[in-house]
Design a protein around this ligand. Structure first.
Ligand code: SF4
Length: 345
């Protein structure tokens, strides 16, 4: 694509974004000066970007509102108790993000005077911030020219250029059309276009600002090229429902690893951890299926009771069954608890 066409692309995207930007609680209105005097501004951008990794905008909105009203600054978040943050994150999934969120907030406070660094290179040294997130924060929070490439942007540039190239080529194509001014608005415009118009299926080319210059429009759905997917391995295990006088036994999972630091039903056989309880099993009650990033899980839920003399391990606690919603169970165990309380399925 020639240089003048590249400039035309950014002009079209910015004009479209000025009129069509999604109204999102973490955003600065399009074209407005960045609120750089507000110390909470980069914090809000960072928080939204971490929450949006592998999670949809509608799912993120209530969590973003809850986090920013409870912890309005990075210093407030850095001071929070780990268990409170993990419980507030429950249901959003990919819990390593929540652990990195706390580690990052504490590093920003202790090593950067509670102010997020501005350069991509410095941002990338922080826990949980990879190349994409560093570019997004540099561009959106600070207005730096940075090439921000997520799945939506890859799709738009692949179709715009009719490119079947891999990630490296798509990044170069995105680099070529990223303007030096308003690169944060440009990045958000490309993301919005990919999310709302140039969707994976049935892109709405009739209302697209790029339709006149889009080289892949006639066969849009064949771009970008898809990598062949292997089947996910599957695992199986058991979760125990151990109830005593209206209370259910929960256990806090080890801080590191899958669902780390979260309250859960005691379980075994699926996560590589040694069982920490000696359980007298009852009859199988129900089965649920759950999909993690790298494997799918079939979890059998059984009632059980503690064998005589079995002492409670560290992190175990009896929790009122009527207040289970407040325990911050991750989706897998919330689903298991819901299934057993409504009588199995
Ligand atoms: Fe996507 Fe169609 Fe726009 Fe091309 S014209 S960028 S395929 S929506």
């Amino acid at each position: 694509m020639a240089v003048d066409s590249e400039a035309r692309v950014s002009h079209k995207i910015l004009t479209w974004y000025d009129a069509q930007a999604r109204d999102l609680p973490w955003r600065n209105p399009p074209g407005q000066p960045l609120p750089l005097d507000d110390p909470a501004w980069p914090y809000r951008v960072w928080l939204s970007e971490i929450m949006l990794q592998q999670t949809t905008v509608p799912a993120v909105k209530p969590y973003f509102e809850a986090f920013t009203s409870r912890w309005p600054t990075v210093a407030a978040l850095a001071d929070a108790a780990d268990g409170d943050v993990m419980a507030a994150w429950a249901g959003l999934g990919y819990y390593a993000r929540a652990r990195n969120l706390l580690a990052c907030a504490r590093t920003v406070v202790s090593e950067h005077d509670a102010r997020f660094p501005e350069s991509e290179a410095a941002l990338r040294t922080l826990p949980g911030i990879g190349p994409y997130t560093a570019a997004a924060i540099a561009a959106i929070a600070y207005g730096a020219r940075a090439v921000v490439v997520d799945g939506n942007v890859e799709r738009v540039v692949a179709r715009l250029n009719a490119s079947s190239g891999g990630k490296g080529e798509l990044r170069s194509l995105a680099d070529a059309i990223t303007p030096s001014q308003r690169s944060g608005d440009f990045a958000q415009g490309m993301m919005d276009l990919g999310a709302t118009v140039c969707s994976p299926r049935n892109p709405n080319c009739l209302i697209c600002p790029l339709s006149e210059i889009c080289e892949g429009r006639a066969s849009a759905e064949s771009f970008p090229a898809r990598a062949p997917k292997g089947a996910k391995p599957s695992r199986s295990g058991v979760a125990w429902w151990i109830e005593h006088e209206g209370q259910v036994l929960l256990i806090r999972r080890p801080a590191k690893g899958l669902l780390g630091g979260l309250m859960a039903l005691p379980s075994e056989g699926w996560d590589g951890l040694e069982p920490s309880l000696d359980v007298e099993p009852g009859a199988p009650f129900a089965k649920i299926a759950h999909v993690f990033t790298h494997f799918s899980l079939n979890l059998e839920i059984r009632r059980g009771s503690l064998k005589e003399g079995c002492s409670l391990p560290e992190g175990a606690q009896w929790w009122p069954a009527a207040r289970l919603d407040e325990a911050g169970l991750p989706s897998l165990f919330a689903k298991a608890a819901h299934t057993i309380r409504k009588g199995g399925s």
